[in-house]
Structure formats: structure tokens, C-alpha cells
Design a protein around this ligand. Structure first.
Ligand code: DC
Length: 228
């Protein structure tokens, strides 16, 4: 559905650990919109591939996994085949492998419909790399969220430690840089700001300040109610 009556979309794209997920979920909550974490789909393919022993360059097998993916998103948790995999898919190895298989055009294509099905009333906040450029090019508001690599590494480090994973900042910065390069330089749907995107640099902004900036941009476009 993308005609004039389609539910409005706020697309939030940006590099790894830019805070997209937290910001997008916060904005969705304030607007009572649905929320799509598109990176989780690539991570789910990555997890399934690992479990099945599928190599990351085996495009036909990865397309089959992506096409058969039937995740359930309930109360901020993600279940796959009845199992809660929310924490498992956050592991850095799963993310790095997700970035590698995300270069494959067939895998991206196999995930298009599942992403567009999230677009239901009263609206959708979608976060990822290509929400504003490829999946929802008619999004009413497009945000490109960045932060410098050092502060992204610090944020990710904190998140991993809180979840009980081991982590070190120097290694993380390197991993983030590699992932940025791969995501930005792939041939299909590379990470880049849509021409009509508003760029927000969150390096010196708190989560709440960043959410307010997005909501401010939304109000300017759409008017409407925002929960306090
Ligand atoms: O946002 P994330 O770190 O959970 O995403 C994991 C990987 O998935 C990311 O490195 C690239 C890929 N991805 C993508 O190619 N397109 C998206 N819309 C979202 C994620």
C-alpha cells in the first residue's frame, strides 16, 4: 500500500549505533505509531544462517531463509519459531554477519514485502539504512541520524556491558568503521541520506533531545497530537 490513503511513515536512517533504534521507538511511542526495526530482519536472517550452517555468500540459501522468515514482534521482544531471540540477535557477530549478507540484492528483495507490511494505521516509524531511499520513498518525514564514531562506540559499549556481553571500545570503533564502510559502499540500497532527509547529528544530544527534534520536524509537517 503506498497510495494517497496509505498510513504515514517516518523514516529514520543512519549508521550503526547512531541511536536510531532508541529514537525511533521513542518517537513511535509518543505518536502511538507502529514501529519497524528493519535491522532486526537482517539480524534474524544472520542468526538463522548461523544455526543452519549457511555460508554468507550462499545467496540462494540466504534468500530462502529471508523469504521464509516469520518473526513475531510482541511488546518490544522478537520471537522466531516460538523462541525469544531478542538478545541473541544483538550480538556483534550476528550484526557483522547481517551487514555482510545485506549486500546481496536477492536477500534485500526478499525482505521488502515483510517491511512494507508494517505500514498500518495510524502510522509507522521505521528505522534502518534504506527506509527513506528504497523501502518507503514516499515517507512523509525522512531523518538521517548520525553521531561521530567515538560516541557511537561508547554508546554501543555501554549497551553491550548492560546486557552482560564483553566489549572493548577500541575494537568496537574498528568494527563500527568497517560496518559503516560496507553499508555505505554496497551497490544496492547503500546507507546514505535521502535527498529530502533532515540530517540530525546526535553526538551532543541526549536521547530525549533527539526525540524532541524528530517530533518537532513531524509537527511542522503534519501538525497533530503528540503524547506528553
Ligand atoms: O541497524 P542494525 O545494526 O541492527 O543492522 C544490522 C545490519 O543490517 C546493518 O549493518 C546492515 C543491515 N541493514 C540493512 O542493510 N538495511 C537496513 N534497512 C537495516 C539493516
Amino acid at each position: 500500500m503506498s497510495g494517497p490513503s496509505a498510513a504515514p511513515v517516518i523514516a529514520i536512517d543512519g549508521p550503526t549505533a547512531s541511536g536510531k533504534g532508541t529514537i525511533a521507538a521513542g518517537v513511535a511511542k509518543r505518536l502511538a505509531f507502529n514501529y519497524l526495526d528493519s535491522g532486526s530482519l537482517y539480524r534474524l536472517v544472520s542468526l538463522e544462517a548461523q544455526v543452519a550452517g549457511v555460508e554468507l555468500d550462499d545467496e540462494p540459501a540466504l534468500i530462502a531463509i529471508a523469504g521464509a522468515l516469520r518473526p513475531e514482534f510482541v511488546d518490544g521482544r522478537i520471537r522466531l519459531d516460538g523462541q525469544d531471540v531478542s538478545d541473541q540477535i544483538r550480538e556483534e557477530g550476528i550484526g557483522a554477519a547481517a551487514s555482510r549478507l545485506a549486500v546481496l540484492p536477492g536477500v534485500r528483495q526478499a525482505l521488502v514485502d515483510i517491511q512494507r507490511r508494517f505500514r498500518t494505521s495510524p502510522g509507522l516509524v521505521a528505522d534502518g539504512r534504506d527506509m527513506g531511499t528504497a523501502i518507503f520513498p514516499d515517507a512523509k518525514l525522512k531523518i538521517f541520524l548520525t553521531a561521530d564514531v567515538q560516541s557511537r562506540a561508547e554508546r554501543r559499549h555501554k549497551q553491550l556491558i548492560e546486557k552482560g556481553f564483553s566489549s572493548n571500545i577500541t575494537g568496537l570503533s574498528r568494527v563500527l568503521r568497517d560496518r559503516d564502510n560496507r553499508d555505505a559502499n554496497r551497490a544496492v540500497s547503500p546507507l546514505r541520506a535521502a535527498e529530502d532527509a533532515i540530517v540530525i547529528d546526535s553526538t551532543h544530544l541526549s536521547i530525549e533531545q533527539t526525540i524532541e527534534q524528530v517530533l518537532g520536524a513531524w509537527k511542522a509537517i503534519a501538525g497533530g497530537a503528540v503524547r506528553g
